[in-house]
Design a protein around this ligand. Sequence first.
Ligand code: BEZ
Length: 390
Amino acid sequence: MSATHTLARTATAALLACVALGANAQATGPIKVGLMLPYSGTYASLGNMIESGFKLYVQEQGGKLGGREIQYFKVDDESEPSKATDNVNKLIKRDQVEVLVGTVHSGVALAMAKAAKDSKTLLIIPNAGADAITGAMCAPNIVRSSFSNWQPGYAMGVVAGQKGVKRAMTLTWNYAAGAESVKGFTQGLEKGGGKVIKDLNLPFPNVEFQALLTEIAAQKPDAVYSFFAGGGAVKFVKDYAAAGLNKTIPLYGPGFLTDGTLEAQGAAAQGMLTTLHYADNLDTPRNNNFRKAFAIAYKAQADVYAVQGYDAAQILGAGLKAVNGDLTKREALTTAMHKTVVDSPRGKFSISPAGNPVQDMYLREVKGNNNEFRSIAVKALADPATGCSM
Ligand code: BEZ
């Protein structure tokens, strides 16, 4: 064998050893998780609660999921759909994250889901309810730990129908979450013999409600159904009460209207009824322990967004456990994420084939700073997953 040949063989062997080492380091080093959430604007508090919930679960597992440490990368998506593709690519292409967690706003999440599908990056959605993500856009690498916009809306419609509401008006922000929430409410209400006489809306994230409240006062419906969240929900509930409407026309909504907002809403929110997959005072060891741990870690009370962040980490943890942290075992990983039964502070829930929680919808009533459980409005509600073929 020539000297050149021997040299070439040695170099190849050295290269192969390096590649093997690299691959090994990759399989045992930290997993890169990209948090794309709103850290500014009307949904900023929601983003922070999701991050806190996610990190709490990871900390409870000793800082590791599937035996691997987690390295976080963060992008503030500002709840701005026009920047969403650039923002998600900062995580996918620049930071090369292996898992995406986000986001709150449905319009931003739709762009994230498209980028995740195109790049085959794992995506766990800890809030945004855009129906299409677990409908026509469904994919094995996408799972939601929260809800579809249709779910709490439908449950509130059922409750309103049971309460004898015949003529309702709706008022929301004009984007996917508002429109889909109203669609769910309308379906539930119509089942009970009521109908929506008028839909009102304003652009996200505007909070100039006066003209719309004047129109509601003039129409005198039996009830109003509204989707708002975060800072916008605080202002809306206060304006509704300041206009005196809460005395004569009950204000209903999905629980986002009063979740994480009660200290700021104060008297204006007392007695309000909403539907959601979580209630603060669920008296189970799982919820009590979670709330205690959250309060100790963050000196704050947990809300539904913290629960959804916590459960997003649980879903990722279930997938990683099944493959011992080896992300190259894609099918086993995504199958385990879909098949897991999540032991959530909200109560145990399964995940539909389309990747959305199948869960109880609770009727809650505001008392002090809590959304208190009243009853199960709809048991084990599954989103219709329209258009999903997987
Ligand atoms: C959404 O855009 O899907 C959404 C935002 C805040 C609360 C709930 C849903």
